[in-house]
Design a protein around this ligand. Structure first.
Ligand code: SF4
Length: 220
């Protein structure tokens, strides 16, 4: 996908030598798109840097933006519970997002309201996903929701068509990048925030756990 002329993309801020610290510093310095301007800080991936599984979400939320860590808000808490129920140790995962600065629209009380990142933002932030894949070198990726899926497979990705079923890692990412490290499997499912918003939360939570159980079997 071509980049917006206004967004140079993150590549210039990705360090040559990939370490957790260097990636963290690079994300904080990144000006690859406009999202840094209204965010408190960048939110790079976090967790076990030697994890066998990477969890890929959409973008940081209000709490993540304030704390600088991914999945620390209500959706993250639900994710931890679902992973545990599925037999995956949350401490043995690496959690990150397709976009690393919080995009929000308006405030409601003290809370800022999430706004979906555009395809341009996802493309601009893509070099960080490649960097984190090459840093962690996971065996598999759990894709949490449509934005994460589109970051891997492009705009045609639909969660409902593939959730809970093992997929191949794409030959190339939508922007044409090819990570050095190619995970063995990809498991799409919904985003935990969709479960939180569901009118039928018990059923959707059970379906989410069932998808994660497939990932647990792939982890072995
Ligand atoms: S969202 Fe990604 S590309 Fe945009 S400034 Fe933040 S780290 Fe850089």
């Amino acid at each position: 996908m071509p980049r917006s002329p206004d967004f140079p993309g993150a590549a210039a801020w990705v360090p040559e030598r990939l370490t957790v610290e260097a990636v963290d510093e690079g994300v904080q310095a990144c000006r690859g798109c406009d999202l840094w301007e209204r965010a408190t800080q960048g939110v790079p991936g976090a967790g076990d840097p030697e994890a066998g599984v990477m969890l890929l979400g959409e973008q940081p939320g209000d709490m993540e933006d304030q704390e600088g860590k991914p999945f620390v808000g209500p959706a993250g808490q639900l994710l931890v519970r679902a992973l545990t129920d599925a037999g995956i140790d949350p401490a043995r995962t690496f959690r990150t997002n397709a976009v690393r600065h919080f995009r929000w629209s308006v405030t409601k009380g003290k809370r800022r309201i999430h706004q979906n990142p555009s395809a341009w933002h996802v493309a601009a932030c893509g070099p960080w996903m490649v960097a984190e894949l090459d840093l962690v070198r996971p065996d598999g990726i759990v894709v949490l929701g449509a934005t994460a899926g589109k970051a891997l497979y492009g705009s045609g990705f639909r969660v409902g068509e593939t959730r809970g079923r093992r997929q191949e890692f794409p030959a190339a990412l939508p922007g044409g990048a090819v990570p050095d490290h190619r995970p063995d499997w990809v498991l799409p499912t919904t985003h935990p925030s969709a479960v939180l918003r569901s009118q039928d939360r018990d059923a959707d939570y059970a379906a989410f756990v069932a998808d994660l159980e497939v990932a647990a079997r792939l982890i072995g």
